[in-house]
Design a protein around this ligand. Structure first.
Ligand code: GLU
Length: 444
């Protein structure tokens, strides 16, 4: 495979799609050696076929706000690859949403979903709709208008969306209501549903829980105890709260969270009632974190990110490229031992290079945050069987899946000096599964 040529072609075809090109480059570079061991991949042009989505739907979403004004947003669904199962991946509602971001997320989702060991292909979708500051009725009307278009393209065995940034239980429920009315069926067409109509226990906290199970394995493998380690988290959305709960349960201490206004440093640890308080605040305050400082006597640092705090472990939980080279330098200078992305593509390529150069344990989002979509896969299974498992059953399966993902990373990521390159391990393991499925099914 001539990687440089393929990347140049993609750059020419998709100029300005920086996030998408970044995600593709990372995968191609890390799988190159393995790819070249398989002339049959080259012959079937697996790489060239894998980097382009199967199809993209884009549509407009007109809706009426509370003042009676007509609003128009853009909606998308990127169906990237379904070689190993129905397209699966979340929906993101955020003003920054564009095709580059959804293509990067859909591309990553292919490998992440392959790693979970469950039969799920990769897809992603969303809208540039900003849920912040909208009334509940506006969110409902928008979700219904969005589903009025999306429902034509999805189905429980075709494409199964879920949440992502800006889409949680409330939005999934509104979309599910519209889908079941239009399609006249009650199926597992969306995951992340409420418990009353087919949701799975543990799904809301699964991304954070899974992330911490993975970090626990990383540390254990290096002979390091997680107990009493300090952790910096960013964000406080669908992901960070589950991470904070599980980190505390494992004996570590979470000292930061962040929002659009800055970050909180709480040396006493962010746990228990403090997490409950933040969950309530989040529902009414558009993700800002400052009120926490006054309530619990902690430090609020405006307009900065938490990576300047001296910690043992850093866990980006907010969005892509939220930890850059300068942040990585500072973390390393401050003695960080492990950085793991619970957000998707949380670190820039330059930051990752630094971690690898300094042999810091680095876990890529594809592996670390796979617990969310894995539990979505478990929700699909429960829906298909018309049963529901207990929290303990789901948690045990989630734990097993994260441990298996860690094993796959060890298998494909161990370097000659014993350092585990988790990025390479995750990319190669995920890629091999999808590539073999594509090869077996012929050129389609
Ligand atoms: N948005 C989550 C992710 O990035 C979850 C997707 C899902 O559950 O389908 O993996």
């Amino acid at each position: 495979m001539n990687i440089d040529k393929l990347i140049q072609q993609l750059e020419a075809k998709h100029p300005g799609e920086y996030e998408y090109l970044q995600a593709v480059k990372e995968v191609l570079i890390t799988i190159e050696a393995e790819y070249n061991n398989h002339p049959e991949f080259e012959k079937a042009k697996i790489a060239e076929r894998l980097v382009e989505p199967d199809r993209i739907f884009s549509f407009k979403i007109p809706w009426v706000d509370d003042r009676g004004d007509v609003q128009i947003n853009l909606g998308y669904r990127v169906q990237f690859n379904n070689a190993i199962g129905p397209y699966k991946g979340g929906l993101r509602f955020h003003p920054s949403v564009n095709l580059s971001i959804l293509k990067f997320l859909g591309f990553e989702q292919i490998f992440k979903n392959a790693l979970t060991t469950l039969p799920m292909g990769g897809g992603k979708g969303g809208s540039d709709f900003n849920p912040k500051g909208k009334s509940d009725a506006e969110v409902m009307r928008f979700c219904q208008a969005f589903m009025l278009e999306l429902w034509k393209y999805i189905g429980p065995d075709t494409d199964v969306p879920a949440g992502d940034i800006g889409v949680g239980g409330r939005e999934v429920a509104y979309m599910y209501g519209m889908y079941r009315k239009l399609a006249r069926e009650n199926t597992g067409v969306l995951t992340g549903k409420n418990l009353e109509f087919g949701g799975s226990l543990i799904r809301p906290e699964a991304t954070g829980f899974g992330g911490l199970y993975f970090v626990h394995h990383m540390l254990e493998n290096a002979g390091v105890d997680i107990k009493d380690k300090t952790i910096a988290l960013s964000g406080f959305g669908n992901v960070a709260w589950g991470a904070a709960i599980k980190a505390t349960e494992l004996g570590a201490k979470v000292v930061t969270i962040s929002g659009p206004d800055g970050y909180i440093y709480d040396a006493a640890g962010i746990s228990g009632e403090k997490i409950e308080y933040m969950l309530d605040l989040r529902a009414t305050c558009n993700d800002i974190v400052e009120p926490y400082a006054e309530k619990f006597g902690a430090v609020f640092v405006p307009n900065r990110r938490p990576w300047e705090v001296k910690v043992d472990i850093a866990l980006p939980c907010a969005t892509q490229n939220e930890l850059n080279e300068a942040d990585a330098e500072l973390l390393i200078k401050n003695g960080v031992i492990c950085v793991a992305e619970i957000s998707n593509m949380g670190c820039t390529p330059e930051a990752i290079d630094l971690f690898l150069k300094h042999k810091i344990m680095y876990g890529p989002g594809k592996a670390v945050n796979a617990g969310g979509v894995a539990t979505s896969g478990l929700e699909m299974t429960q829906n298909a069987m018309h049963i529901s498992w207990t929290a303990a059953e789901v948690d045990e399966k989630l734990h097993q899946i994260m441990s298996e993902i860690h094993n796959q990373c060890l298998r494909y990521g161990k370097e000659a000096d014993g350092y585990i390159n988790y990025m390479k391990g995750a990319n190669v393991a995920g890629f091999l599964k999808v590539a073999k499925a594509m090869l077996a099914q012929g050129v389609i």
